[in-house]
Design a protein. Structure first.
Lengths: 221, 247
């Protein structure tokens, strides 16, 4: 097993997951930051649950839901002819669930700290809601977006338990780097385990440090 | 039986208090059910409480090398016990085969295991990771001998261990899988569509070996447990759970 294939697979998985999470996470975060409904705490709790739940709980239900007999899995089988479990697509779905709070929460925080007058001024000047969002909210919430992107990417890269339960360890398809490391440790190939682990440690340090540097730069502006 | 189980579990909870009369054994996950039955029997006759730590052979090995406080190791292979013996973590010459595993092909939905194994469009084939699990290695050897590994590997999914492999098939996520015969007695297992015993001659024997760990070399109770493991009583329990012996 090469070092690069699982690494590359993990990067692909994290990239897909991050893009999807920003696309679906932004409206959720925006709605949460603006809503006055009494259901807000309940929705917030649902979004934050993957932080608290053990990966085994997520993995267990995803295995059932995404399996050929499951609600989502059976529908997918009808649509495409193949099951979602043990597939890259299945891992992307699992990762989106798993990393959702890491995308939504930083963006929501950024939106909530936005002075309300800016938006109201834009609206009174005749900007549409969408226009105001992209020309006022997005530029002023860059820090939130960067944190959301970096954290969901890094968190997906570090995913292990869920993938172990729904992945099936298929080379090039679901054998991501964390699973490959686990394999190497189990088969006493410590040299390979060290190689991959050190790459991940270095990567995690660089990514997180870059985020804090960027945050400070934007913060002091 | 139930009363004894309750007493044993109560005793397990109070284990640390009775440390002198307690042994801790590390058990490969495929052997967890027979190990529990053996431990209950052993406790019943000797009064010595047996604490069981389940895990994969590779994980338990790494824990032992890094100082885990186990007295006895019941592995799923011969390699790790041998390595422990060579590197001095296990008592020399304490190693013996306590069970020989049998491989079966199992499916929840298919009526004919071999047909569905050969049918490339039928779905995923589950096996334990051949790099880490002896049952997975045996499955690959069987398929290799039959000339079918090439085709099967394209639709194989790998369980982290033999229990996860069964779980993949039992939930219908894989159409057929290579599992341990001992798992057929697992509680709550759905009715199988088919079960086919893989001929023992088609793969290297799955020998499961036990060793006495070095820091427990003079632990009388641990020695007694290993002696008990070789007794006819113990072998009867072991074979009832779907294992055999080579010797």
């Amino acid at each position: 097993m090469s070092v690069l294939q699982p690494m590359w697979l993990s990067i692909q998985l994290a990239t897909f997951t991050t893009v999807i999470l920003i696309l679906i996470g932004t409206p959720i975060a925006w709605w949460l930051s603006q809503t006055g409904t009494r259901w807000k705490p309940a929705v917030q709790a649902v979004v934050a649950m993957p932080i608290v739940l053990p990966p085994t709980v997520l993995g267990f239900y995803l295995l059932i839901l995404l399996g050929p007999d499951g609600a989502i899995g059976s529908w997918w089988v009808q649509l495409t002819g193949s099951a979602l479990t043990f597939s890259f697509t299945g891992l992307v779905i699992a990762s989106c669930v798993y990393s959702l709070p890491f995308a939504v929460q930083p963006m929501q925080n950024a939106f909530e700290s936005l002075p309300r007058q800016y938006l109201e001024r834009a609206w009174t000047l005749g900007a549409s809601r969408l226009d105001a969002f992209f020309s006022i909210v997005v530029p002023l919430s860059v820090r939130g977006f960067i944190s959301g992107i970096v954290l969901s990417f890094a968190h997906t890269l570090g995913e292990f338990g869920v993938v172990l339960m729904v992945g099936g360890n298929i080379p090039g398809e679901t054998r991501v780097v964390s699973i490959a490391i686990y394999d190497h440790v189990e088969s006493l190939n410590y040299a390979a385990a060290h190689r991959m682990s050190l790459v991940l440690i270095g990567f995690a340090f660089i990514v997180l440090m870059a985020m804090f540097v960027l945050n400070r730069r934007w913060g002091s502006r | 039986m139930r009363v004894r189980a309750i007493i044993v579990s109560l005793a397990l909870v109070c284990g640390p208090v009775l440390a002198a009369e307690t042994i801790t054994i590390a058990v490969a996950s495929n052997f967890s059910r027979p190990a529990a039955a053996l431990a209950a029997e052993f406790t019943g006759t000797t009064g010595v409480i047996v604490r069981i730590s389940n895990g994969s052979t590779g994980k338990l090995y790494a824990q032992i090398v890094n100082g885990a406080p186990f007295d006895v190791f019941l592995a799923a292979d011969t390699e790790r016990p041998m390595l422990l013996e060579e590197s001095g973590y296990a008592v020399a010459a304490s190693r013996f085969t306590y069970a020989q595993g049998a491989l079966v092909l199992w499916s929840r939905d298919a009526p004919d295991c071999l047909a569905v194994l050969a049918d490339e469009g039928s779905g995923r084939v589950a096996l334990a990771n051949p790099k880490t699990a002896p049952y997975g290695m045996a499955a690959v050897e069987f398929l290799d001998a039959e000339g079918g590994w090439e085709a099967v590997s394209a639709r194989a999914v790998y369980g982290e261990n033999i229990n996860q492999t069964l779980q993949f098939v039992a939930t219908g996520n894989a159409i057929v899988g290579f599992i341990a015969k001992s798992q057929l007695g697992a509680p709550q297992l759905p009715e199988p569509g088919c079960v086919w015993e893989v001929p023992v001659s088609s793969h290297t024997a799955i020998e499961q070996q036990a060793v006495l760990l070095a820091h427990s070399a003079s632990n009388h109770n641990a020695q007694r447990f290993l002696e008990y493991l070789r007794s006819d009583d113990a072998r009867e329990i072991i074979s009832r759970h779907g294992y055999g012996w080579s010797q």
